[in-house]
Design a protein around this ligand. Structure first.
Ligand SMILES: Nc1nc2c(ncn2[C@@H]2O[C@H](COP(=O)(O)OP(=O)(O)OP(=O)(O)O)[C@@H](O)[C@H]2O)c(=O)[nH]1
Ligand SMILES: [Mg+2]
Length: 372
């Protein structure tokens, strides 16, 4: 029995020893494992990109128009270039047309629209009086009829547009006048492009001797349309430059002389004196001055009318070139020029390109202003 007890105690102790051993071994491996964990470099952080679609900027290649392509560009249409002026009127036109019949409000809206378009108060009253008379005498009742009679009255007031004059013998001399920045030099370039395209020989005269850059600008245009250019010294006498150009044109048997002039402010009376002298001198050589074209910037509104009046008093203006109609919200200045100054608007600028100078077409113009 004693032996059995000793054996059991021995077995128990043995079990304890083995258990303790196992405990230490396992404890150590846990420590080792945690040491390993600590020593391990931190795991990489997962970078979650925000789900934003990255849009690359669209690369739009600039359109390069080489000179040869310019030659092929088609003449712009009034309708395509008069969007700004049309949108000034469209609200009023829409409102008038929304009524089934003609009312006093229709006339009031048209009056507001025409004044806003820069027709001037005098022209607006005359136009509306004529429309009212027609509506009554023809017993017109619908708003469509009212709009049609307004448009035809406006077209009638613009009358026929005379073509550009041509000299009977020798070169036809065009003097281009107007205040600074209105588009004189550009108009000469466009005219040269057009007349040259019709097979004419052209001499350009850099009569703006006031600033050197003016002659360089004209030279670029002359090169583009194959014209000869005559320039003088900076600050020189514009009359002598223009006279030299007229002589050169005579010697070359050229068809046209397109003479640029300085556009210093009209308030300086010497500009007007200078223009009178230029005109006299230009007429002395070969050919004759057949056009004195006054350039007016359509975006200057009624101020353009004041300029026109001053130039018309100082020199025999034969016609107006109304530039920048494409950028103008008010096309009505055309009516004021024609009716108040009795000057024909012969050409209009509908953009900056060589082909953007077109004959003024009253019907196309009025339709581009009023037709939706
Ligand atoms: N949008 C538009 N721009 C025009 C038109 N005509 C001329 N321009 C621009 O008007 C600016 C002035 O034109 P110029 O021809 O230099 O004017 P200018 O009367 O000779 O000016 P000065 O020599 O300073 O008296 C230029 O940037 C032309 O491109 C037109 O019909 N439409
Ligand atoms: Mg100029």
């Amino acid at each position: 029995m004693e032996l059995l007890i000793v054996l059991l105690v021995t077995l128990l102790m043995l079990a304890l020893v083995i258990g303790a051993g196992a405990f230490f071994v396992s404890r150590r491996s846990v420590d080792q494992a945690s040491e390993t964990l600590i020593e391990q470099p931190p795991a990489e952080t997962e970078v979650l990109e925000p789900e934003v679609e990255v849009l690359e900027p669209e690369v739009v290649e600039p359109e390069v128009i080489e000179p040869e392509v310019i030659e092929e560009l088609v003449r712009p249409r009034f309708r395509d270039r008069l969007g700004k002026a049309r949108s000034t009127l469209s609200g009023y036109v829409g409102s008038v047309l929304s009524r089934s019949e003609i009312t006093q409000a229709s006339y009031e809206e048209l009056e507001e629209a025409l004044i806003l378009a820069d027709l001037g108060i005098g022209s607006t009253q005359e136009v509306l009086d004529a429309v009212r008379t027609r509506v009554n005498s023809e017993k017109l009742t619908t708003s469509e009829e009212l709009m049609e009679s307004l448009k035809s009255e406006l077209v009638n007031r613009l009358g026929d547009v005379p073509p550009l004059n041509k000299s009977g013998e020798g070169p036809s001399i065009f003097l281009i006048v107007g205040v600074n920045g209105v588009g004189k030099t550009t108009t000469i370039g466009k005219l040269g492009h057009r007349l040259g395209g019709e097979g004419n020989t052209i001499v350009m005269a850099a009569g703006d001797t006031f600033r050197a850059a003016a002659a360089e600008q004209l030279e670029t245009w002359a090169q583009r349309c194959g014209a000869t250019m005559i320039r003088g010294s900076e600050g020189g006498d514009p009359s002598s430059v223009i006279f030299d150009a007229v002589e050169a044109a005579g010697a070359r048997d050229a068809d046209y002389v397109l003479a640029d002039t300085a556009g210093r402010l009209h308030t300086k009376s010497n500009l007007m004196d200078e223009l009178s002298k230029v005109r006299r001198v230009a007429d002395r050589g070969a050919g004759s001055v057949v056009e004195v074209l006054l350039v007016i910037d359509a975006t200057t509104g009624q101020n353009g009318l004041i300029q026109a009046r001053q130039f018309a008093e100082a020199t025999d203006v034969t016609g107006v070139v109304l530039t920048k109609l494409d950028g103008s919200a008010k096309g009505g200045i055309v009516f004021a020029i024609v009716s108040e100054l009795d000057l024909p608007v012969k050409l209009v600028g509908l953009g900056e390109a060589a082909v953007d100078l077109v004959d003024f077409d009253p019907e196309e113009f009025v339709s581009a202003l009023f037709d939706a």
